[in-house]
Each structure stands twice: as structure tokens, then as C-alpha cells.
Write a protein that binds this ligand. Sequence first.
Ligand SMILES: *[C@@H]1O[C@H](CO)[C@@H](O)[C@H](O)[C@H]1NC(C)=O
Ligand SMILES: *[C@@H]1O[C@H](CO)[C@@H](O)[C@H](O)[C@H]1NC(C)=O
Ligand SMILES: *[C@@H]1O[C@H](CO)[C@@H](O)[C@H](O)[C@H]1NC(C)=O
Length: 326
Amino acid sequence: MSPLPRSAPAVRRLMGGQTPPPLLLLLLLLCIPAAQGDCSLPPDVPNAQPDLRGLASFPEQTTITYKCNKGFVKVPGMADSVLCLNDKWSEVAEFCNRSCDVPTRLHFASLKKSYSKQNYFPEGFTVEYECRKGYKRDLTLSEKLTCLQNFTWSKPDEFCKKKQCPTPGELKNGHVNITTDLLFGASIFFSCNAGYRLVGATSSYCFAIANDVEWSDPLPDCQEISPTVKAIANDVEWSDPLPECQEISPTVKAIPAVEKPITVNFPATKYPAIPRATTSFHSSTSKNRGNPSSGMRIMSSGTMLLIAGRACVTLTVLLMVLVTIG
Ligand SMILES: *[C@@H]1O[C@H](CO)[C@@H](O)[C@H](O)[C@H]1NC(C)=O
Ligand SMILES: *[C@@H]1O[C@H](CO)[C@@H](O)[C@H](O)[C@H]1NC(C)=O
Ligand SMILES: *[C@@H]1O[C@H](CO)[C@@H](O)[C@H](O)[C@H]1NC(C)=O
């Protein structure tokens, strides 16, 4: 962008080379804003866009800050803005560079503090991790990740392994059930032999405390059930009987999961004139199930049909009689 024309020759150029009448020249000069000290549009910076804040002009001392394009990050310590001074913008170097994303989050390790506030990770940059609580370092594997050429992080090895809790030992007159392992996060379950009662926790889990791992609960006691109780316990064994699983009663089972037509049969003996009336009804909604009024509704509409049927038969008989007479 060139600065606004301020001199008479510039105005003459504007008018197509002709000398404008003096009055028009005066008017033009008055109408052109005082552009002294204004800067033009801020310069282009690679991989960045200026934040113009909606400004149309850039007077002396205006500061314009740039934002890096997506996938680019500001290089720390480099200027990211320009200042309008004496008609000119200050110099700005290329300050946006490609960067890896924030380093991969690992369940077994966390990024060392010194990198946690950083967001610029150029190609070849390495970051270090430290093991999380409950994990210990596997020194045979590297704890570093590198920002690769394609700006992704190198694949992490599992350089921290779960710590193991001490072996729980034997549970006298009982059993320790190790379902998975004794590693950080694992649970173990306790049970007592027949004739013994468990006093204490029924399970324990391996958790991290300070720089170590330990069991949440100690082994329980398996206490001998007392003689009087034992006498009964001899063939009963348990204080409470086992729960019984009974078949759901047929009436409960019979409740259909989906709407089902209800078939109502009307005995032929009661209304001999009608050919066996088998009528199907749909119960309106499942909410009506078990509601006595719904059954009554079915009955009344059935009766209506019967009356209609009876009238029809009467008419037929009447017609037949008329035909016979005729
Ligand atoms: C931008 O990154 C490249 C490597 O990708 C590096 O060589 C260059 O020095 C970086 N530029 C700045 C300004 O840090
Ligand atoms: C980036 O490069 C690495 C190593 O060259 C490769 O394993 C990985 O798949 C690449 N990732 C993408 C997203 O291209
Ligand atoms: C241990 O616990 C698991 C799961 O709770 C169970 O399947 C298994 O039978 C138990 N083993 C013993 C020896 O109690």
C-alpha cells in the first residue's frame, strides 16, 4: 500500500495529468485526511496473520501483534508484533515455526516439570518423563520422546513398570485368592475354611503410598466358630441358608413383553342364534394391563358386537320368511 497522495503533483496524477482548477485543488486538499505519521497495512510475516483489531488506519505508535497459523507455534523469545514509528513499521523476523503438539500423555509416566510450561517443540526436540506413583523405572528402555520429522512424537516404550506389593503370605484356616497379580492396582480376596468365621477385611488392594506400594488392608483372621454354634454348624456350616432361586410364577411369566391380542371366546350355548363368535381385541396400552376396567371395556364392546350379530340374524330370518311367503 502506498501512502495517501499529499502533494499537488500527486493530485495532478490522480486527475489524469491535467492541472485541476484551483478551487477543486483546494477542496481536494481539505478533504484528504491529515495522514502525517500513518503507517500502511502491517507487513506479511510467514505462517502468521496480523490481528488488525478492526483498525482501518494505523497512526504513529500503533502496535500490531501476529498470531501463528495452525500447526505453527511462536518461537520463544522472538518478537511477534510490529510498531508504527515515523511512517514505517518496525522490523519483524519470521517467528512462527512448525512444532510437535504437547507431548503424549502416558499412564505410567508424567512429563518432567521443566517441559510442562513449554509449547514449542521443533523437529528433533526431546522431552523427558518420570515414572508416576506406583511405577518404577525400567532402565533398559529410554524415558525420552523425540519430535519427529513429520511433527509427531516418537513411540514411547513402557519404560516404567508397575511396582509389586509384598506377597500376602498364608491365611491360616483360610485362603487368599490372587485373581490377577500382586502389582500396583491389583486386588486380592480372602475367605475362610468351613467352620471358620472371617474377622477383618474380605479383600485388599495394592496402592501407592509415598515412594512405595502397599496393601490397603491386612490379612483377616479366620476364627473358629464357637462349640455351641459349631455343634449346629457341623452339618449346617453357614449361619444363613443359601438363598433359593425360585421359578417365576406362571401368571407373572405370562405377562407378555409386547402387546398381544386377547382372544375372547363366547360360548355358543348362551347365544345359540349366533355362529361361534371369536373376537379379537387389542388391549390399548400396556399400562392398562391388570387394570380391571380394561377387562370390562373388552366385555362391553364384545356385547355390542353380539347385539349387532343378533340383529343381523333376526333380519336374515325375517327375509327368509318373506321370501318363503312370496
Ligand atoms: C524452525 O525450525 C527449523 C527446524 O524445523 C529450525 O532449523 C529453525 O532454526 C527454526 N527456526 C527458528 C526461528 O527457531
Ligand atoms: C511420522 O513418522 C514416523 C517415523 O517416520 C512414523 O512412524 C509415523 O507413522 C509418522 N506419522 C504420521 C502421522 O505420518
Ligand atoms: C478366586 O476368585 C475368582 C473371581 O472372584 C473366582 O473365579 C475363583 O474361583 C476364586 N478362586 C479360588 C481358589 O477361590
